[in-house]
Every structure is written in C-alpha cells, then in structure tokens.
Design a protein around this ligand. Sequence first.
Ligand SMILES: CC(C)(COP(=O)(O)OP(=O)(O)OC[C@H]1O[C@@H](n2cnc3c(N)ncnc32)[C@H](O)[C@@H]1OP(=O)(O)O)[C@@H](O)C(=O)NCCC(=O)NCCS
Length: 162
Amino acid sequence: MTIELDVLTPADADRCAELEKLLFPGDDPWSAGAFRAELAAKHNRYFAVRTTLESGVTLMIGYAGVSLLGNRFSPESEVHTIGVDPSFQRLGVGTMLLDRLLAEAEKHGGPVFLEVRTDNEPAIALYRRYGFDTVGTRRNYYQPSGADAFTMRRPAGGGALS
Ligand SMILES: CC(C)(COP(=O)(O)OP(=O)(O)OC[C@H]1O[C@@H](n2cnc3c(N)ncnc32)[C@H](O)[C@@H]1OP(=O)(O)O)[C@@H](O)C(=O)NCCC(=O)NCCS
C-alpha cells in the first residue's frame, strides 16, 4: 500500500464531509462547504494523506488542518481538525498528519492549542505523545451531543516525541 502526504484541496471537500459523518456522527460534522471555507482562509494549512488502491484509484484517507494565529510578537496555532478513515486507522496516518501540522506550527512559532472530547482516548493518547497537556475543560463544547472538551496546549518549541 502506498501512502502519500500532500495538500488538501477544494476538490477533496466532498470526501472530507463523507469522512466527517463517519468520524463525528453526533457532533455536527463539517459540511463540504465548511471545508471549502477553511481552505479559503489564508492563515489555515490543510493536508491530506492518500493511498492508491489495487484498482489504481487514489483515495483520500486522512485530513488535518491547523490555523496560524496571533502576530509576530505573540504567535500561536490551533489544530482545527484531524481525521482518518476508520478502515485505515492505527497505521500511522494520524501521526503523519500531526507531524506535518506541528512542523507548520513550529515554523510559525508559539504554543499550539486544540480541543478534544474528554472521552476521545485515541486522540488524547496521540496528542500526549506530541507533548500536549490538558489546560482546561469546556463544558457542553460539542453540539448537539453536549459532550465536554479538554483544551490541550503544546508549548512553543514542542515537547515529547516530535
Ligand atoms: C485520532 C486519530 C486521528 C488517530 O489516527 P490514526 O491514524 O489511527 O493514528 P496513528 O495510527 O498514527 O496512531 C498514533 C498513536 O495514537 C494513539 N492511538 C491511536 N488510536 C488509538 C486507539 N484506538 N486507542 C488508543 N490509542 C490510540 C496511539 O498512541 C498510537 O500509537 P501506537 O499505534 O504506536 O500505539 C483517529 O483515531 C481518528 O480519526 N479518530 C476520529 C476523529 C477524531 O477523533 N479526531 C480528533 C478530533 S480532536
């Protein structure tokens, strides 16, 4: 199986929306339009992982985005989303994507923030490996489920694995 990382484009928006429905069914999954809006924002960086199937068809199996915020005196970044097709999870795709997002965030400078459901153990485990720590809890952050989120922060200059 070949796996390649490149940039996410507006042509991927429908596939992203399809994956969102699978990955975040109770939490207002993003639409194709929401992805197109994210991709149009100048301060956002989005990436995709693709695989070429035996049939020769190329399939996008993971996507992730980070927003580069603040200013040059006080930069910070925020991971907006990361998702991997359930059939391709636990193969290192999420790691590839997070590596790339954090490389962008490190170039930009400052800490990196994200929100994650408090019961999302796979994602929390991944983020901890990259030096993110829990810095707060946001009640009823996800809708319509009403699930709580942890706010996690990775200090400037990184930490842990990467
Ligand atoms: C979180 C997610 C992106 C991880 O993607 P992935 O491609 O499966 O991740 P990787 O294969 O790179 O795994 C890296 C590490 O994350 C952790 N991890 C991933 N899945 C895990 C699971 N099901 N249980 C526990 N830890 C897990 C492990 O530490 C793993 O390392 P290991 O395989 O060496 O033990 C994926 O599970 C996903 O898409 N989840 C649904 C969407 C989501 O919740 N996104 C995050 C929103 S904040």
